[in-house]
Ligand binder design. Structure first.
Ligand code: FES
Ligand SMILES: [Fe+2]
Length: 382
């Protein structure tokens, strides 16, 4: 176990994470089990498992947890998230692009190694040559069930999974789901052409630190600074997530909010014409998920730790209103990303310095970073 560190709950007295939090391979390894395996991870939209008999094998947090999982919709129209590892000798059960019937729809799952057969809810149904095996079959011969949660409507939505949840799905994602409930969730459409991965030569937590403050916007993002009103930027903390509100300068694309939204009238207007308003909702969900809502739709960023100083960030775009794609805070995301990467990579070099260990926080501009550091330190060492 790495040497523990703590973060003072009072931001005015607190020091930031020590440099070794970003450079020590032991901290990185500890985070896999203590932080990531216990967190809720974004899996994608329900689209690929809409019909009974559909299966979707996937890897949970590829490059970090690498857990082989399987989404299924059984014949009773129930969704399941299961282990994709056969309970006999452990081969991968369902491989991408390989379908027994050839149609991509199955009534059962059969292991190609020795023929063990499972129902789509994970129950073991049949195993050749197992007569006389004591205590067989037992619960343990069924595929392990994995906790999952859905944010959406009966017509579709986004799925999340957790191997060993520290808190319930509702506790973690509840504040996001409630605040954004004004959005027509069933009208977001995934756009592969606007989705891509970025490789960042820095620790995953540095990427999150940078996301969690708007402090650097005037210094690092000249283009973004022209559309956001820095003085109006506001952050709110929740138990497992936090929200940064991007307030648009007058004339920029903003959300048309219903009167029932707590943000109605913020930045000087409630909807339509006028000046200012909410231009972006930047949600961060512990430990590695960003949900950025813009008037055009949602940009999901999944931060995937690959090594102590190497991270993959997957940007996934879900479009709601294509006519608003190229304006306001939600435009030019590729440029903003390159600007962030270059500064985060410079911080990674700084973390290797013999002359730096920890810094202090701005109480007005770095509450989000402080929040993350407290959650991370307690998840690692509680
Ligand atoms: S490993 Fe699946 S049946 Fe043997
Ligand atoms: Fe940034």
């Amino acid at each position: 176990m790495p040497e523990p560190f703590t973060i003072d709950p009072d931001i005015a007295r607190a020091w930031t994470l020590p440099a070794r939090a970003y450079t020590d391979p032991a901290v990185f390894e500890a985070a896999k089990e203590r932080v990531f395996a216990r967190s809720w991870q974004f899996v994608g939209d329900e689209g690929e498992v809409r019909v009974p008999g559909q299966l979707k094998p996937f890897t949970l947090l590829e490059g970090c947890l690498n857990e082989p999982l399987l989404l299924t919709r059984d014949m009773k129209d129930q969704l399941h998230c299961l282990s994709n590892v056969c309970t006999h000798r452990g081969t991968i059960l369902c491989e991408k692009g390989r379908s027994e019937s050839g149609a991509g729809f199955e009534r059962t799952l059969t292991c190609r190694y020795h023929g063990r057969r499972f129902d789509l809810d994970g129950t073991m149904k049949h195993m050749p040559e197992f007569q006389g095996v004591q205590g067989f079959p037992s619960e343990k011969d069924n595929l392990a069930k994995v906790a999952w949660g859905k944010w959406g409507t009966d017509r579709g939505g986004w799925l999340f999974a957790s191997l060993s949840p520290r808190s319930s799905f509702e506790e973690v994602l509840g504040p996001v789901m409630e605040r954004m409930s004004f959005l027509p969730l069933d009208r977001f459409v995934f756009d592969a052409s606007r989705s891509r991965d970025y490789l960042v030569r820095a620790n995953w937590a540095l990427y999150c630190d940078n996301y969690l403050e708007g402090f650097h916007i005037p210094f690092v993002h000249a283009g973004l600074n022209e559309v956001l009103d820095y003085g109006e930027y506001a952050a709110e903390m929740f138990p497992w997530c936090n929200l940064q509100l991007g307030i648009g300068k007058s004339g920029e694309h903003c959300f048309e909010l219903p009167r029932s939204s707590p943000d109605f009238g913020r930045g000087g207007r409630g909807g339509g014409g006028g000046g200012g308003g909410v231009a972006a909702y930047y949600w961060w969900v512990f430990p590695n998920l960003m949900l950025n809502f813009y008037p055009w739709g949602l940009s999901v960023n999944v931060v995937k730790p690959l090594g102590v100083d190497s991270t993959r960030v997957s940007f996934l775009s879900y479009v709601l209103d294509a006519s608003k794609l190229d304006a306001g805070a939600g435009a030019g995301l590729d440029r903003v990303e390159r600007e962030d990467e270059s500064v985060v990579e410079a911080v990674q070099q700084g973390m290797r310095s013999r002359l730096y260990d920890r810094g202090r926080y701005s109480p007005t501009r770095e509450q989000g970073v402080h929040h993350f550091h407290r959650l991370l330190a307690s998840a690692l060492f509680e």
